[in-house]
Design a protein around this ligand. Structure first.
Ligand SMILES: [Zn+2]
Length: 360
C-alpha cells in the first residue's frame, strides 16, 4: 500500500504542474485550427490545441474546438428535465439553466436564454452555404452550437446546443457548494453498488454519492433488467467530490482497495457483467489518472494477478430506484449488509482512518 500512496502523491504533483501550465496567462497565442481571425475575441481561458487535447476527449475536442456537430437525437442531455445548471464541458463556465430548457424537437438540447448575460458570445457562421449565428462559451471560446430567432417562448430565441459541449449539474449537487469550480464527478463500477456507495459516503471531500447504472444501451433501465445481466449496464456509483478536500487519485485509491479488480465480471458471490470493474472517465485527464494508476499497480504486481478494470468513456448515468440509495444505512440488519458490506467498510475505515468524515 505504501507504494500506491507514493505513486499517488507523485501523480498529484504531476497533475498540479499540468494545471499550472494550463492556467499560465503568458502562454503563446493559441495556434488553433478553428479559423479564428486576428479580430477574434480574446477569451479569459486560453489553451493551445495540444493543451485542449490533453483535457478533452476526442469527441469533445471535435465539437468544442473544431466546431463539429453531434448527430441529432444522439445527445445524452437531449431529454434531461431535471432541475440544475448546464456548464461548459471544457471549462466549467455556467451557460444555461434547466429553467430555460425546452423540447424543440430538433434533435439537440434547446434553451430559450443563457443563464446570465455575457455567458455566451456569438459570431456569424457562413459555413455550409448558410448564414447562422454560432454560439460559443464566453470563457473559453468553446463551440456550443447555434442560436435561432424562432424560439416558442417570449424570448423568441432557440439556443440549439450539442450535449457534448455541456455538463449537467443537478440542483441537489449544487446546494452544498455554491461554487462549482472545485467540483468534479466520477462514475465507478466495483461490484454491488450498495457496498461501494456505503464506503464513499464516509470519505472526506465527497459531496454526494448516487447508486445507478451506466455503460449499457437500455434507456432508463430497471434493477431487474440490470440484474439479468443482458442490459450492458454495470451497477455503478456516481461520486461528486470537492477537489479542495480530496482528489480523483484518492477516490481511485479507495476504489482499488475496496473491490477486487482482478476477477472478470465478478465480485465475491456476485457474478455477471453488471458487476464488472470499470471506471467511466469524463475527460482525458480522468482517463490518464485512471490508466496511470492501473499501470503502476500492475507494474508493482500489487494483486499478483492481472488487473481487469475497464477504463471507458462516460456516456450517461441512470440513477437507480430510490430503495437502492443509501441501502446500507437503511438495511444494516440484512444478512448481505452484515456479511459483505460491513467487512468492506471496516477495511476501508482501518486503512483510510485519517480520510473519514469528521462526524464519524
Ligand atoms: Zn467554456
Amino acid at each position: 500500500m505504501k507504494k500506491i500512496v507514493k505513486l499517488l502523491q507523485s501523480f498529484l504533483v504531476l497533475h498540479l504542474m499540468v494545471v499550472l501550465v494550463a492556467c499560465g496567462q503568458g502562454q503563446d497565442q493559441n495556434k488553433s485550427s478553428n479559423n479564428q481571425s486576428a479580430a477574434s475575441p480574446v477569451y479569459p481561458m486560453k489553451k493551445s490545441d495540444q493543451e485542449w487535447k490533453e483535457v478533452l476527449t476526442s469527441e469533445q475536442y471535435y465539437i468544442l474546438r473544431e466546431k463539429g456537430t453531434e448527430k441529432p437525437f444522439s445527445g445524452r442531455l437531449l431529454l434531461t428535465k431535471e432541475k440544475g445548471i448546464y456548464k461548459c464541458s471544457a471549462c466549467g463556465n455556467p451557460l444555461f439553466s434547466s429553467e430555460g430548457k425546452f423540447d424543440a424537437h430538433c434533435g439537440w438540447p434547446s434553451f430559450d436564454r443563457e443563464i446570465s448575460a455575457g455567458s455566451i458570445t456569438t459570431a456569424i457562421d457562413h459555413s455550409h452555404g448558410m448564414m447562422r449565428t454560432e454560439i460559443m462559451c464566453a470563457k473559453c471560446g468553446g463551440h456550443l452550437g447555434h442560436v435561432f430567432d424562432d424560439g416558442p417562448t417570449k424570448t423568441g430565441k432557440r439556443y440549439c446546443v450539442n450535449s457534448i459541449s455541456l455538463e449537467f449539474i443537478p440542483e441537489h449537487s449544487l446546494r452544498q457548494v455554491e461554487t462549482t469550480a472545485s467540483i468534479d464527478t466520477i462514475t465507478l463500477g466495483g461490484g454491488c453498488f450498495w457496498c461501494v456507495e456505503a464506503i464513499y459516503r464516509n470519505l472526506e471531500g465527497v459531496i454526494s454519492v448516487e447508486s445507478g447504472y451506466s455503460g449499457g444501451s437500455i434507456v432508463n433501465p430497471t434493477y431487474e433488467q440490470v440484474s439479468a445481466g443482458t442490459s450492458g449496464h454495470a451497477e455503478v456509483v456516481q461520486i461528486t467530490f470537492d477537489k479542495k478536500k480530496t482528489s480523483l487519485e484518492e477516490i481511485l485509491k479507495v476504489f482499488f482497495t475496496i473491490h477486487d479488480p482482478t476477477t472478470l465480471n465478478q465480485q465475491g458471490a456476485d457474478k455477471g457483467p453488471q458487476y464488472r470493474s470499470v471506471i467511466f472517465f469524463r475527460n482525458e485527464n480522468q482517463k490518464k489518472i485512471a490508466q496511470d494508476i492501473i499501470d503502476e499497480l500492475q507494474k508493482e504486481n500489487v494483486y499478483n494477478k492481472p488487473i481487469l478494470t475497464l477504463v471507458e468513456s462516460f456516456n450517461i448515468f441512470y440513477k437507480a430506484e430510490d430503495y437502492h440509495q443509501n441501502y446500507y444505512q437503511n438495511n444494516k440488519k440484512q444478512p448481505y449488509c452484515q456479511l459483505v458490506i460491513q467487512p468492506k467498510i471496516e477495511k476501508f475505515e482501518k486503512i483510510f482512518s485519517e480520510k473519514l468524515k469528521k462526524h464519524l
